[in-house]
Design a protein around this ligand. Structure first.
Ligand code: ZN
Length: 178
């Protein structure tokens, strides 16, 4: 069973009219519902966006996190998508803020579903990109930013980052065998 609670206890009042909400079955899940105006509180997934940046030496760009979750571990430059934002624009901005580098997006790499017990984004959109300017300098919620050889990686955070790097390593192994 999923650990995700579709009717969280901290949702106590209707955001539309302020009435105390009740817990009811809506479709296939229990939800917090307003008995007065009928508003249904949906627990939306948190969406993260990031960029896999590989340099001319085949090294991957990683940042060391200063924020929860996974503080002190390394991840791909990434951030949360805010409502109304184009995920590509957010991804480019997060790379610039965390690494000082300007990148351009080359395409979509994958969309990951992180396990519910992991904090952070439950859906992670990962783009491929390459550097077009700027200079490498950690910033925002990263205290280090560097390119790493795939054979000499630091302690990597998040199931999605690990999966992306394993796929990259497998692709590299296939190329070296050809
Ligand atoms: Zn209401």
């Amino acid at each position: 069973m999923s650990k995700i609670n579709s009717a969280p206890d901290h949702v106590r009042f209707c955001v539309r009219c302020g009435t105390v909400v009740s817990t009811r079955l809506v479709g296939d899940k229990m939800r917090k519902v307003c008995p007065r105006c009928g508003f249904v509180h949906f627990t939306d997934p948190k969406v993260g966006v990031g960029v896999l940046v590989i340099n001319e030496n085949g090294e991957v760009l990683l940042v060391r996190r200063t924020m929860r979750p996974e503080i002190g571990r390394w991840s791909l430059p990434a951030g949360y998508l805010d409502q109304g934002e184009d995920p590509k624009v957010t991804a480019v901005r997060e790379v610039r803020e965390e690494t000082g580098l300007c990148v351009t997006i080359d395409g979509l790499l994958d969309v990951y579903h992180n396990p519910p017990e992991q904090e952070g984004a439950s859906i992670f959109i990962l783009y491929r990109g390459h550097v077009i300017g700027g200079s490498l300098m950690a910033g925002d919620d990263a205290d280090a930013a560097a390119f790493f050889n795939l054979d000499a990686l630091p302690d990597v955070a998040f199931a999605s980052t690990q999966a992306a790097i394993i796929a990259l390593q497998a692709a590299g192994d296939r190329r070296s065998q050809e």
